[in-house]
Write a protein that binds this ligand. Structure first.
Ligand code: PLP
Length: 378
């Protein structure tokens, strides 16, 4: 779909019909119960838990707060072990959450084929200060969860997955939220499933549900006692209502994304120097993003040239993810140069571009985008 300026945005938030949302929020005017574990919150928590096939699910105001809250609730760093092995090829949120909780990110390189953390490079980064591994199912690609589990067990480390991109993804029929000690999901407006702003933690531990509920509500444990120095990261009823509406249409949304993605693959597959990424073996994908890698020598133009040419045609491609989080200004001088410590992540960030992808993107718009790419190449 082209917006009023004839431009194609990189993404477009999924929304229910206006009347569907109005019906969903009507009862809030009767109850006057707007937040703090209301009926919509409860219903959404149950429905997402069952949709994702996970044991426990805790909702949050957004994915980033959910990530900070799980790090707090696990009390990482308290025993003096404060290093978290993670990936720099992600949205800044992942790294910020670690740093903002007083922990130290230790950056591990990624795999060239799916951009997830390279488990063969994790062990050499483990020290007696390491407390956890925080990998990212980037673009909805599933990390090597088996190898990561083996390393975590060997060294007694927690594993917390950032699955902000991976709503609805399954590996060999098992929901993505079932690996590791906890998994964070984001329900931000630009994600595959949204509650406008929102997020969640999925985990296998019933006690953790209660702890998370306390930590996300100022650490209050009963009407007259507050045992933890918690923040406020509760999801409100209007966000939960949006989630209930969007969840009704999620399978259709993902099916539309699949069709668009497959169309891209078909049109772009044979262009020299332009790489597309098919879904992983045994994985039910969610088609969250459409990353391409430009090899400028073979393609005949750089990633930046491509982005500029697309922008001139009103097409909003993004350098997602560039720069690496370890190269952000706020971390200047704190870490080794990424070119040295995480060379594959560095090279990927230099050459990656994500193309527009959303459920209502028209096939002829995809054709137009692919035509431009072919022309630059030619
Ligand atoms: C979106 C995102 C987050 C943060 O989620 P919010 O809901 O926007 O707070 C964290 N990690 C990754 C990889 C993301 O893409």
């Amino acid at each position: 779909m082209i917006d009023v300026q004839g431009k194609i945005p990189v993404t477009r938030s999924s929304m229910p019909l206006f009347d569907e949302y109005c019906d969903e929020i009507r009862e809030l005017w009767d109850s006057h119960w707007l937040t703090n574990r209301g009926v919509k919150h409860k219903e959404l928590e149950d429905k997402i838990q069952s949709y994702l096939g996970v044991e426990h699910m805790s909702l949050f105001v957004n994915g980033h707060s959910a990530l900070e809250c799980i790090l707090e609730t696990m009390e990482l760093g308290k025993d003096g072990r404060d290093e978290v092995i993670t990936t720099p090829f992600t949205f800044v949120s992942t790294t910020h959450a670690i740093v903002r909780k007083g922990l130290k990110p230790v950056f591990c390189d990624i795999k060239e084929d799916d951009f997830t953390i390279d488990p063969t490079k994790i062990e050499s980064l483990v020290t007696d200060k390491t407390c956890a591994i925080l990998p990212v199912h980037v673009y909805g690609n599933v990390c090597d969860v088996d190898a990561i589990r083996v390393i975590a067990r060997k060294y007694g480390l927690k594993v917390i997955y950032d699955a902000a991109h991976a709503f609805g993804v399954e590996r060999n029929g098992i929901g993505i939220g079932n690996f590791g000690d906890a998994t964070m999901f984001s329900f931000h407006a630009t994600k595959v499933f949204n509650t406008i702003e929102g997020g969640a933690i999925a985990h296998p531990d019933g006690v953790l549900s209660e702890r998370l509920a306390q930590w996300r509500n100022f650490g209050i444990t009963s009407p007259e006692s507050t045992e933890y120095v918690g923040g406020n990261s509760k999801m409100n009823e209007f966000a939960a209502a949006m989630g209930l509406c969007n969840l009704r249409h999620i399978d259709e949304e993902i099916a539309k994304r699949k069709a668009i993605t497959e169309h891209y693959w078909e049109k772009l597959e044979d262009i020299k120097g332009l790489r597309v990424y098919k879904s992983q073996q045994g994985v039910k994908a969610n088609y969250a993003y459409m990353p391409i890698i430009i090899d400028s020598e073979l393609f005949g133009a750089t990633r930046n040239d491509v982005m500029i040419a697309l922008a001139e045609a009103g097409i909003g491609a993004r350098k997602y993810f560039y720069p690496l989080t370890s190269d952000c200004e706020c971390y200047e001088g704190l870490f080794l140069p990424s070119k040295v410590s995480t060379p594959i992540a560095y090279k990927t960030a230099e050459n990656v571009l994500t193309l527009p992808l959303y459920a209502d993107l028209a096939v002829n718009d995809v054709d137009r985008i692919c035509e431009i790419l072919r022309r630059i190449h030619g």
